[in-house]
Design a binder for this molecule. Sequence first.
Ligand code: SF4
Length: 739
Amino acid sequence: MNIIVADTAGFCFGVNKAINTINQLLEDEHKRIYTLGPIIHNEQLVDMLCKKGVEVIEDVNSITEKGYVVIRAHGVTPDVYKSITDKQLEMIDLTCPYVKKIHKLVEEKYGEGYTIIIAGDKKHPEVIGINGWCENSAFIVNSIEDVKNIEGTGGNTCIVAQTTLTEDKWVKITEYIKKAFQNVIKFDTICNATTQRQLEGVKIASGVDMMIVIGGAQSSNTEKLYQKCREICGNTYKIETVGDLPPININNINNVGITAGASTPDWIIKEVIDRMEELNKEQQQETEINFKEAFEDSIVTLQSGKTVKGKIIGFNDSEIYVDLGYKCDGILPIEEYTDEPGFKAEDNIQPGDEIEVFILRVDDKEGQVKLSKKVVDEKNKWNAVKKAHKDKTPVEAEIVEVVKGGVIAVYNGLKIFIPASQVSDKYVKDLSEFLHKKLPVRIIEFNKRKQKVVGSHRIIVEEEKEAKVTKLWEEIEEGKEYKGLVTGLTDFGAFVDIGGVDGLIHLTELSWNKIKHPSQVVKTGDEVEVRVLEFDKEKGRVSLGYRKLEDNPWYKIDEKYKVGDSVKGKVVRLVPFGVFVELEKGLDGLVHISQISNKRIAKPEDVIKNGQEVEARVMEVDGEKKRLSLSIKEANPIDPPEPEGPPAVEKVEEKKPVRERKKKIVKGSVPKTAPKQEAPARHVEEMNLKLGDMLSGLDLSHFGEADETAGEPAAHVEEAPKNTGEDKTMVSEEQKEAE
Ligand code: SF4
């Protein structure tokens, strides 16, 4: 026969605490101890305590001799507290934290005007106690019939449960209430320990031939546990002690399950197991299974100084109760949970949460296990940092303090010293600029014994940079575009960080216009978009381009300006062979001297001046050669002013015979015998010679050389125009005059 004992059998943490406290009082104090009602629903234990001097009373008014008044786990009404205070009695409040929570809820909701419904047994002391917190005004229901009787109650309704109510009854009642009532707020206050015990009992009952539920006859939770198991296994018995066991035919039973209510002491459970063992021995002499050992084996053995895992099963303001699978639950004082000021267990933990704890002390005599989570946390912190040191993995630490020679960072609650030289890869004048920043830190020194941890942020930064630089050199290619930061300016260009590598934008690559210094275009700290013109991995050099093709004023010039277009511009430069007119920033067109006026002019400044706004006609557009020829004459000619008074030639004609005039003109410039028609030809040669002189030594294929101030190729290229038919026309006019 196999005996399966439920892990949840026996005292819950609320009862455990109550019994331990009473035992402690009996040991340490020599005052009388009164319990308001039996401390638990277990006659045997109550009798035992009674023999030790614990008196069960029903009313504080019956106390004649001063002593401690113990409030049991079920809790009481506010009136009882008042009576104890009024009588100036010393009170030991052992109300289970779960029950206390219900008191608070009911008091609060009742204060807000809610009608309170308690799902539970109206005669149970816990329910009576809860009802007191809404001035005994609650409707107490234990079935759907009870709910039907109170239907029609208006207003807002709040429903809570007795801690030992079964889950299915709670669901049935609340579902009915939700349909029948309006504005219902429900709080599932069924104790987790009870639910767990019932679930485990049902699970065991489903796989055994016989089920034994041990608990006091008055114990509500034992009765419900019994009912639940019985639904599954018809061969279920509820017993108070071993003496209540029915006659058992062991031959018919292969597996037997044992569970117990929350108020059943361990020794009663053990007696039942012993008896089952005897029965087993009687029937199966040859089998040497020691059921006692089996039971003890099923109980985890604990050792002080070990770290174990457990499950939180409850808490109050000063302690957390942890199920360790041991015969009694562990107690974790709040001060051993955290140092956090104002820590509230209810805001941070929940029953059912898993927890890792350190066993400070196992006290078998009292059945108490003292735990600490802080010890585990401390160990974990050091282990995490030790691992980070070993694996060289960075940790995210917050700088919390500037100290002499560096800063203090905190990671996982542990302090890390970062020397000033390790805070950054650059010199930091004022370390406080890092305060409250979170930085990745590499642990470079670790010594738990000396409680010393040293970190470096600088190493991480340098490694990141190095990785970025390597990647950049791997991926760089001509024409590739980068976003970068301008890191410095010099006379010959701007340096830009494109990801760990500084590239240079040469002055000529900054703008399409002529500039004298990079600061005319960018400044240090600017984010710029650049493209790689060329690079040299060996020398670590990168040449960058900044100006964009579409910003070039000559870009798609023939789409912007067509021959014959009328344009306006400003004269920006006068040269002997014409003027340059700026049509837009960086785009100058040339008006040849012959294209300024309808009349012959010796030099452009005779009719035009720098800065003058002019109208012109586009004569030629050549984007490739960067040539834009304009004509003012074709648009709005600028003629020289007529000389004042009558023309000199008329005067001559009046005073001298034509023959003489002819003679005089011929004398200075034309040979006497020269044929008339040769004069213009010679004049053309002279004109060409003058232009040749002007342009000699200049390479007119580059405009930059037409601009005597430019050090770099200029934005446009203009050749001095060759002598054209226009010039010939001009010469003919001169010839006429000469004639
Ligand atoms: S059964 Fe639950 S509510 Fe009742 S005393 Fe035990 S832990 Fe507290």
